[in-house]
Design a protein around this ligand. Structure first.
Ligand SMILES: Cc1cc2nc3c(=O)[nH]c(=O)nc-3n(C[C@H](O)[C@H](O)[C@H](O)COP(=O)(O)OP(=O)(O)OC[C@H]3O[C@@H](n4cnc5c(N)ncnc54)[C@H](O)[C@@H]3O)c2cc1C
Length: 1009
């Protein structure tokens, strides 16, 4: 008897034989597509540009625009000869008759898309399906356009699905099963659905909300599918939505109505490390349900996305990193499926002959008839393999996307990437002619032989804990990971932390001066803005005597602290980071209650605080030692830094931990002593930071915690002659006053006061005429309304080019009306309450101003009646000189300004007093370059939201009336807290100079030995 490997080789060779008998190449369409593939595989950089150009093309309206983009993308391309070959007539005609070349290119791209998209609409696709029927190939139809930004779009999509189902059922009612055997398992009509297309507000942290919205949308489709004898498959998308998709599937098909319906299927992605556990869970579920179901086993379409996303967020990567690991896991799961054939019907979704041959051989070994499972392949790919499988008597179904080119673009680009992937089977077989025996090798064997090739256990749990990375000296800085709320264990931890915090409501916190806990007769209450009758805590309130004591304590502690080695100070910050990390859920939960932060925003704030500590510790080590300025014989000059003295830190409530901790940590690590005054609205979080610093071992007096009214103690200390440095983040009004007041020198003052001042913004986002609206709308909506618009970086002016205006407005208003507003204790809430009653009234006043100046284009209706909830509001017809376009509102209010062209857009964007953040959505390389150069903002963001700066990655801070030009989380931030000093010594004696001068000298650093 032959081994399984022998059987696989035999079957694989047979498939190859049949493939070679029908020698249609994978890259069968000659011309444009053929050339695109060839060029892309030759040059990665060019591939990127080519695919980007293909991506933007369908959204360009005129020939002129097409030609301009063509020139922008490819001017100066290194392989210009090849490029003009590729573009053929297109490029030659550009210069001669541009109006002809545009349509030619557009035609080429839509022809290429037709290779992968089976039809533009349900009627059109029937032609393809009929043709395939004659070839004994079945179908599953997928409706393109899953990027919905609003519930209106999602509802429209659901309705189109229902129509599609009706049409397919009608047109195929007399079609019969191609194999004529076990046909009850394989209905003719098969639909593939993506859940992200049916609910625009999917939030991985809140599967229950997603399910409660998706179940009623899917029921009518399932009901109808059942009536007409069709099959429904749930496609699988990114990892963030995997658990929700699985949960939804189980929920729906356990309902009484669908419990005994076998024609439901779901995708399992073998590239996921936890796919085996998921599949086992499904099989177990199916046994208790008592009805069979189906699984389409694939490797997975989002590998690049998942690896990039997890790296960006510092998460463990959910996908295998070695291609043979995905292949091997595909085989493990094939076995699991076939061994459970009694409850699960398998569809193997692969173009890889090894994976296919393995399924065939294993099914035979287990005695499963070939009519009881199927192979599924994508439309437009691997035609010869499909024909070979049909010829071998297997059941083949083709995945047929339907839709227009524009909504189908992301699908098309995924296919182009798949076909040109270095790792892919299709490229290896059909383009690089890798020999059959190589292609049929056992992936486990390949892994064993690879240098470090150990296949991680496929049921390994993914380590996605939120442990702060310990960056080794010299290694690149690594941010702490965000909490991945897609993981159920993190959802549970957050819920538990919220419960725990609720129990702590009403706690009392003292002042801390010189290490002493001080209670005063005045207590200050901090309330939950979602429910103002809930008191989160009480804080002792300082008056002038306590402020005086704090200044004296900080001054007294300074001499010793400045002499403490910078290494010790760095270690203090690192201990603080560790404690923040340990108490992460607790602190995020506290933010939900004290300042109304949605879950992910609260977590982001704690993460940023951790990052500030680790980043500044690292930077201090780099600048802490006296360093040689220039190497000249006979003289040594060393520059180093001294702390400034006593620092007063005044922080806002909107990033209650991060900004406070960032300013405090920078001041402490540089050797200053600190009086920290948190915002009155987030005083409990401030007290937690004091507690954490004490646990980490900050000496008495070095950090003092003072809560009180800015107008009383804040003002007193700003003017105090013993205060040398003020680090302030907050409103323009207070910031300007501090700037001015600190400029006056008081009697007995020893230093010129240094002010680090970060204020507000009136941030603009420009939407170009070729922008990708799927992204622009989602990101603008989030930038404007996330955390109720209370970030200094938040978007408040959307500047739209008139060509795009109507489409942008239609989608923007839809998106805004779908955003979830409510109490942020619920995980999926985007817009919570504003901070307090004063803010609430001020924002409502601005809305009235807006109504009198411009047109109210949208205002949410259903906001909770209690608490400080402001409905997300959009004004259109806004002119640049209106108050709502000039003044900072700091709430969920967005002004839309229509402009003629990019010149006007930039002029309007730059035409305010502020320069904090700014953004641009465009796919024109030239326009992007222009905006990068001309937009007046401290942080310019292209094709992404304008909020969410990350320490070290996006040093943050603005200029003009947004701030003094400092960059929190940046390379040179610490220098603001220091005084540079240079020590020069003539080391030559009678012309005799030492041969070597050390780069560093630590002798004149404290402590002295
Ligand atoms: C009919 C059908 C339906 C599909 N539906 C879905 C779906 O709903 N959801 C979904 O996500 N995918 C889906 N896919 C899968 C996806 O679109 C790709 O076609 C498939 O992953 C390619 O695998 P292959 O076996 O054909 O090719 P192969 O060339 O053998 O495998 C390529 C795959 O290997 C994986 N891979 C690539 N590089 C690495 C690496 N360095 N380390 C580890 N793994 C790597 C990736 O998944 C890549 O797609 C579907 C595929 C088909 C055929």
């Amino acid at each position: 008897m032959r081994s399984l490997q022998g059987e696989i080789e035999q079957r694989g060779s047979r498939i190859f034989e049949l493939v070679d008998k029908n020698p249609e190449s994978l890259f069968s369409k000659a011309g444009f597509y053929q050339r695109l593939m060839t060029l892309s595989m030759r040059d990665e950089q060019l591939k990127l540009q080519l695919f980007r150009f293909v991506d933007v093309l369908p959204s360009l309206r005129t020939s002129g625009e097409i030609v301009e983009h063509l020139q922008e993308y490819f001017a100066g391309a290194p392989d210009s000869r090849k490029l003009s070959e590729f573009l053929g007539a297109g490029i030659r005609l550009v210069r001669i008759v541009p109006f002809i070349s545009g349509p030619i290119l557009r035609w080429n791209v839509s022809e290429m898309a037709r290779q992968f998209i089976a039809g533009r609409n349900p009627n059109d696709v029937m032609r393809t399906l009929r043709k395939r029927r004659t070839q004994n190939i079945g179908f599953t139809v997928d409706l393109l356009g899953e990027a919905v930004v609003s519930e209106a779009e999602a509802d429209e999509y659901a309705a189109r699905y229902l129509d599609l189902l009706e049409g397919l059922a009608r047109e195929t009612k007399d079609w019969t099963d191609p194999l004529g055997k076990n046909s009850e398992l394989f209905p003719v009509v098969n639909l593939s659905v993506k859940i992200s297309a049916l609910y625009s507000q999917l939030n991985p942290a809140d599967p229950a909300d997603a399910i409660s919205h998706l179940v009623p949308k899917l029921r009518p489709l399932l009901r109808r599918a059942r009536e007409v004898g069709a099959f429904i498959n749930f496609d699988m998308e990114s990892y963030a939505h995997k658990n929700t998709t699985l949960e939804l599937f189980k929920t729906l098909f356990t309902e009484e109505e669908f419990k005994d319906w076998p024609h439901a299927g779901i995708v399992i992605q073998a590239y996921l490390r936890d796919s085996e556990a998921d599949l086992r869970g499904l099989i177990e579920w199916s046994r208790s349900r008592g009805t069979r179901f189906a699984v389409r086993l694939v490797k997975g379409a989002y590998w690049d996305y998942e690896t990039a996303k997890s790296r960006q967020n510092g998460w463990g990567c959910p996908v295998y990193l070695q291609k043979p690991a995905s292949d091997a896991n595909f085989e493990t799961l094939t076995r699991l499926l076939l061994e459970n054939e009694s409850v699960v019907t398998s569809a193997f979704g692969s173009h890889n002959v090894r994976s296919i041959a393995h399924a065939q051989a294993l099914a035979d070994e287990l005695g499963i008839d070939r009519s009881r499972f199927e192979f599924q392949l994508l439309y437009g790919m691997a035609g010869p393999i499909k024909r070979a499988l049909v010829e071998m008597g297997y059941r083949v179904r083709e995945y047929c996307p339907v839709g227009e080119l524009l909504p189908g673009m992301s699908y098309l680009v995924r296919r182009l990437l798949e076909n040109t992937s270095n790792e892919g089977f299709l490229r290896a077989k059909f383009s690089e002619n890798v020999p059959a025996e190589e292609l049929l090798r056992d992936p486990c064997e390949i892994l064993r032989r690879s240098r470090n090739g150990v296949l991680p256990p496929s049921n390994a749990t993914i380590n996605m804990t939120t442990t702060t990375p310990k960056t080794q000296p010299g290694a690149p800085y690594e941010n702490a990971p965000l909490t991945n709320f897609a993981l159920p264990e993190n959802q549970k931890k957050m819920r538990a932390a919220l419960d725990e915090q609720r129990k702590q409501f009403g706690r009392k916190v003292p002042l801390t001066i010189n290490g002493e806990k001080i209670w005063t007769d005045k207590m200050f209450s901090s309330v939950n803005p979602s429910q103002p009758d809930q008191i989160v805590g009480y804080a002792a309130e300082a008056g002038i005597p306590e402020a005086e004591r704090a200044v004296a304590a900080a001054r007294a502690a300074f001499e010793k602290w400045r002499r403490t080695s910078f290494e010790e100070r760095c270690q203090l910050l690192e201990r603080v980071a560790e404690i923040l990390d340990r108490r992460r859920f607790e602190l995020s939960a506290l933010e939900v209650f004290e300042v109304g932060k949605p879950w992910a925003e609260g977590d982001g704030d704690i993460r940023e605080a951790i990052d500030f500590c680790t980043f500044y510790a690292r930077k201090m080590r780099l600048i802490g030692r006296p360093r040689l300025t220039q190497n000249v014989p006979g003289e040594e000059s060393y520059q180093h830094y001294w702390p400034r003295g006593v620092a007063l830190v005044i922080a806002p409530w909107n990033f209650p931990m991060a900004i406070l901790c960032g300013m405090v940590s920078a001041a402490l690590v540089t050797g200053n002593t600190v009086i920290m005054k948190p915002s009155e609205q987030s005083v409990i979080i401030g007290a937690m930071l004091m507690e954490i610093y004490e646990e980490a071992g900050v000496p008495p007096g070095v950090l003092n915690f003072l809560n009180g009214k800015g107008s009383v103690i804040g003002a007193h200390m700003v003017d105090h002659r013993e205060v040398d440095l003020i680090a302030f983040t907050g409103s323009r009004e207070v910031g300007l006053w501090i700037w001015e007041s600190a400029g006056k020198t008081r009697e007995g003052q020893r230093e010129l006061k240094r002010v680090i001042c970060e204020m507000g913004g009136k941030n603009a986002m420009i939407v170009d005429s070729d922008a990708d609206l799927d992204e622009a709308i989602v990101d603008s909506t989030y930038s404007a309304f996330g955390f109720q618009g209370q970030k200094c970086s938040a978007l408040s002016r959307l500047i739209v080019l008139e060509e795009n205006y109507d489409r942008v407005m239609e989608r923007l208003l839809g998106a805004a009306s779908s955003v979830r507003v409510g109490n942020p204790e619920e995980p999926g809430i985007v817009v919570g309450p504003v901070i307090d009653e004063a803010a609430y009234r001020r924002i409502l006043d601005y809305i009235e101003v807006g109504k009198s100046e411009a047109t109210l284009a949208y205002q949410a209706k259903d906001v909770p009646p209690h608490g400080y909830f402001i409905p997300p509001t959009i004004f259109s017809g806004v002119k640049p000189n209106m108050r709502i376009a000039r003044e900072e509102i700091f709430g969920p209010v967005l002004s839309v300004i229509k402009v003629r062209d990019l010149d006007e857009a930039i002029e309007v964007a730059n035409g305010t007093d502020y320069a904090l953040t700014g953004g641009f959505f465009s796919r024109s390389p030239d326009n992007i370059e222009r905006v990068k150069a001309q937009l007046e903002a401290g942080n310019v963001y292209i094709n992404r939201p304008c909020t969410g700066a990350i320490v070290g990655r996006h040093p943050f801070g603005g200029f003009k009336m947004s701030g003094g030009g400092t960059k929190a989380g940046g390379e040179d931030y610490l220098l603001n807290f220091l005084i540079p000093r240079v020590v020069t010594e003539n080391v030559a004696r009678h012309g005799l100079a030492p041969e070597k001068t050390p780069e560093y000298r630590d002798e004149f650093l404290w402590p002295k030995k």
